[in-house]
Design a protein around this ligand. Structure first.
Ligand code: SF4
Ligand code: SF4
Length: 307
């Protein structure tokens, strides 16, 4: 086993699952591979659920992760756990009449959110449609389009990512409560509690969750060292991840990276509870729609045509 894998508590993800199984059978102790365990591994293995930790325990976990990531990526990495701001419910708008399908948002998201470069598992997918085609079947849409230039004549584009549902189907499906909706509406995953069963992926009607089949790979010099525990910190093989509205940015009053990078201003973001926010303006003044409304997931992601 390599040093990197040994340092990574979730490289032994299956052992947590076996451990939980083993506990019921009174075999817990034998499930923990003590011959490979160092103090850091044992702490991670027995880490409490994030929502049950007190302030001191959270700080200890953040310190441990900062040390591990800094060693692994050979640079100073910070891991914060900034809480939701009171009076904030985040919402997102996407102007389909502006999107040109350039995928800059996809690549900005990969960089900002420390997504694996190999294998690639982008959180945003941009779908391409021919004008006049039936488009309601998202699963059938072309997400691998690769023309010489965009936009292509007679085409339009629809970026899709986590819709941060008010009634998320994903969180209800999770057997370990490793995923939940935060007070500001962002649906998050505790990668240390995810057991990789993928029930949430099956439950999500938008294909917004992604599974790390292999060990994620990010070159050391490309790692974004400013991370959030519930967001863009490096993930592990065997866990599920997804868009968090750039929790590490937005909880500090910044825009998500995809909003900042979009060259045509197709992406809008703000506080749904603030009557003067741009997102409220869009919802109140445009003909907005949400994907698969009939499922009553109530996405906080609104699509519209401004022109
Ligand atoms: S960056 Fe803007 S224009 Fe380009 S694909 Fe994303 S949303 Fe569309
Ligand atoms: S889009 Fe999918 S992953 Fe995101 S909150 Fe809704 S059900 Fe969950």
């Amino acid at each position: 086993m390599s040093k990197k894998q040994r340092k990574n508590p979730l490289s032994l993800k299956l052992d947590r699952r076996n451990f939980l199984k083993g506990s019921a059978l009174g075999l817990a102790a034998s499930a923990l591979p003590l011959e490979n365990a160092d103090a850091s591994f044992i702490e991670a293995f027995f880490q409490k659920h994030f929502r049950e930790m007190n302030k001191k325990e959270i700080q200890e976990v953040l310190n441990r992760l900062e040390k591990e990531y800094s060693e692994q990526y050979k640079k100073h990495v910070t891991v914060k756990a900034t809480k939701a701001m009171p009076g904030v419910q985040f919402g997102y708008g996407l102007d389909l009449s502006r999107c040109i399908g350039c995928r800059r948002c996809v690549y900005a998201c990969i960089g900002e959110n420390n997504q694996s470069r190999d294998p690639q598992i982008p959180w945003i997918q941009v779908l391409s449609f021919r004008k006049g085609d039936k488009w309601t079947d998202l699963e059938e849409a072309d997400k691998y389009y690769n023309p010489a230039t965009v936009p292509e004549p007679e085409h339009w584009y629809m970026p899709v990512q986590c819709q941060q549902c008010r009634h998320p189907a994903c969180t209800r499906a999770c057997p370990t409560q490793a995923t939940w909706k935060e007070p500001d509406g962002i649906v998050v995953v505790d990668y240390n509690w995810c057991i990789g069963c993928r029930y949430c992926m099956a439950a999500c009607p938008y294909g917004a969750r992604h599974f790390n089949w292999g060990e994620p790979h990010i070159p050391d010099d490309e790692l974004n060292p400013v991370t959030h525990y519930l967001g863009n910190r490096p993930r592990y093989k065997g866990v599920v991840e997804k868009c968090t509205f750039c929790i590490q940015r937005t909880r500090e009053g910044r825009y998500p990276a995809c909003v900042e990078i979009c060259p045509v201003g197709a992406r809008k973001f703000g506080n749904l509870l603030d009557p003067s926010s741009e997102i409220r303006y869009c919802i109140e003044n445009k003909r907005v729609f949400r994907l698969k409304e009939e499922l009553n997931t109530q996405p906080k992601f609104y699509y519209f045509y401004a022109t």
